[in-house]
Design a protein around this ligand. Structure first.
Ligand SMILES: Nc1nc2c(ncn2[C@@H]2O[C@H](COP(=O)(O)OP(=O)(O)OP(=O)(O)O)[C@@H](O)[C@H]2O)c(=O)[nH]1
Ligand SMILES: [Mg+2]
Length: 306
């Protein structure tokens, strides 16, 4: 009879169960929830299991079925109605996010997320931009996920309609940059609502995708008085972004499977999704050192049973 000590698993040597996630952020109405739903649907069509977590305690409608809904833990309406808190909508939202990150909140979330192999989760975040640009709520959230073995990609969603002139592009880019610097995780910027742009606007947008920002600002035909006044500052900021190639955008047309696939591939590459796919856990039996018939593991090559 073999003792239990003879059964060993090499899993810890040759396989790492990784979990992957995207933190989907961006200004209000930029298309975060729609992006999540489109990716999940694409996952279903292509045989890939993508879950969504609603992290917006004020969300009223989204078209997907969430794996976890933060509103089951805390709701913005309840916080605003609580007499002892007296918060408005924005303060209330910050309170909700802080509540999620406190001990009870994170314990709840960890339990809800479970511990599935090869998790791929999209966190659909609220649209209040200050949560990402200068508060540390999201940074702490990312740290929590990392400590739970998630490889995290920050996805910053921007409406392509705002990228129609140099100044707006610069403003959007600085926000994206601020999020990128703050979170310190792999980062991809996605331009949404490409399906709504007409042909001329789409052509114009081409030059913003791999931008020579300095050139874009020079091409500005009708600069406003404000833009004229702050031209030097604008150029200086543009140079920072341009010189360091800090901000790039991936366009997304949710009506095109190819476009969704492109976005997903870029993000996969950023968080190295799928690179461990061919590595599998194998169990094997260590030979009984007292049994002369058994080959010694140290004497020759090992055979793995499939
Ligand atoms: N045609 C089209 N409409 C879009 C697209 N993305 C979003 N929308 C529409 O834009 C509106 C806002 O989209 P949401 O996905 O709710 O935006 P959000 O960023 O989640 O908004 P908040 O959670 O309120 O910050 C909805 O009416 C969507 O149907 C897109 O790629 N194409
Ligand atoms: Mg939303």
């Amino acid at each position: 009879m073999r003792s239990m000590g003879q059964f060993w698993t090499l899993g810890f040597i040759c396989n790492f169960t990784m979990r992957y996630c995207q933190i989907v952020m961006g200004p209000a109405g930029s298309g975060k929830s729609t992006y999540c739903a489109a990716l999940q649907k694409h996952g279903v069509d292509s045989g890939r299991n993508i879950h969504i977590v609603n992290l917006d305690p004020a969300a009223e409608y989204f078209s997907y079925e969430p794996l976890v809904d933060v509103r089951d833990l805390v709701q913005l309406d309840d916080v605003m109605e609580a007499d002892d808190l007296s918060y408005g909508p924005n303060g209330g939202l910050v309170f909700c996010m802080e509540y999620l990150l406190e001990h009870d909140g994170t314990t709840w979330l960890k339990e809800q997320l479970g511990d599935m192999d090869d998790d791929y989760i999209l966190f659909d975040c609220p649209g209040q931009i200050e949560l990402y640009t200068h508060m540390d709520v999201m940074k702490r959230f990312v740290e929590k996920l990392t400590s739970w073995d998630f490889r995290v990609c920050a996805v910053f969603v921007l409406d392509s309609h705002y990228m129609v002139d140099g100044a707006k592009f610069l403003s959007g880019s600085l926000t994206a940059l601020s999020v990128m610097v703050k979170l310190e995780v792999p980062h991809v910027n996605v331009l949404t609502k490409m399906d709504l742009l007409n042909r001329a606007a789409r052509q114009q947008l081409e030059m913003f995708l791999e931008p020579e920002i300095h050139e874009l600002l020079t091409q500005e035909h009708n600069p406003s008085r404000f833009n004229k006044k702050f031209q030097k500052l604008t150029y200086a900021l543009a140079r920072v972004i341009d010189d360091f190639s800090l901000v790039r955008y991936v366009p997304l047309n949710i009506n095109s499977e190819e476009s969704i696939q492109d976005v997903l591939l870029q993000i996969d590459a950023t968080i190295q999704y799928g690179e461990d796919d061919d590595v599998k856990t194998k169990d094997f039996e260590l030979p009984d050192p007292d049994d002369d018939d058994e080959p010694n593991i140290l004497d020759g090559p090992m055979l793995f049973n499939n």
